[in-house]
Design a protein around this ligand. Sequence first.
Ligand SMILES: O=C(O)CCC(=O)C(=O)O
Ligand SMILES: [Fe+2]
Length: 356
Amino acid sequence: MPGLTTAAPFPDDVPTHPLLVIDYALLTANDIHEIDRLWQAATMMGFWYLKNHGTEKEVDGMFAMGAETLDLPLAEKMKYEQGDDGNSFGYKARGTIATDANGTRDCVEFLNIAQDDALSWPRPTHRTYPRTVNARMEGTISPFVRKSMKINQTLLAIFEKCLGLPDGELARLHSQRETCGGEARCVKSPANQATTGIGAHTDFGTLTLVHNRLGGLQVMPPGTDKWLYIKPLAGHIVCNVGDALAIFSGGIMRSNVHRVMPPPGLQSRFERYSIAFFTRANDSVVLRALSDKSQMIAKSVSQSTGVDNNAGTTSAEWISRRIRKLRLRNREGWFESRGTEHQGVGRRVADVQAAA
Ligand SMILES: O=C(O)CCC(=O)C(=O)O
Ligand SMILES: [Fe+2]
């Protein structure tokens, strides 16, 4: 099954970044030491591995669903294309978004399924999907979405405490009573590529869960200008903080730059599939530091001179703007796709590309 077999081992002669491995079972058992390690990972690097999460069966199903769907004829997939207006849900064809400021075309295609559609199935909340998605909605996609939401709710409940926020404050911004931009994604990169799959970026939302079997995901650790691979570890999720959480926390939590390159070594000869789940705030939530709810956040904001922690837009506008500006048809606005330019991330990405 595509994406399920390790086609070739991850090479041991490429530079990798060793993320902290966090044990989900220990987090749910309220283990103080593990919570401390999670907090360290979320604030210093913004990325960590998560083990013992109990979603392996659903993840296998998602790889199979993604491969079935992305193997459909292009004409069939194009009926569901996300378009140039900033919609995230649906199919994104290859070569439609820019991987850098010069407008270099991406080489990946992906499928985004809205969390809200998976939860309201069989009634669509946002849109409809190809038949291969519908066939697996009940048995695979909805269970995957529910389990991924549960994991992120657990992580957010921990972050609330660490940030000195009242109980339920982050949960309230991610309520199931209102629509949100949360989505499940399957990304497919063709074999034997020489160019960037997904350009340097930070994620738009709150938290991201990534399931990888082949390498290709890279991070640039803070304070460096080097791209390092994240080695896929069997059964481990790669988790990362997105821009919305960095903003809510007044910059205490880190939304780190990453990108997707062709898999390293012999792995490059194979198609690469990855599965991701993006937790994003409710559409009407205004992205701003929660200074009025936490002294710790207020202090961080007051100490960070020159950093504007208010995006000044709602979550829905923020996501829509960034997706719209990534599309090649709207190329002139590429820098506006960066999102956290007000925090220096946009400049950091630009510097990286200028130096490359
Ligand atoms: O495919 C991956 O490993 C990561 C994908 C990613 O960064 C994204 O879709 O935002
Ligand atoms: Fe990402």
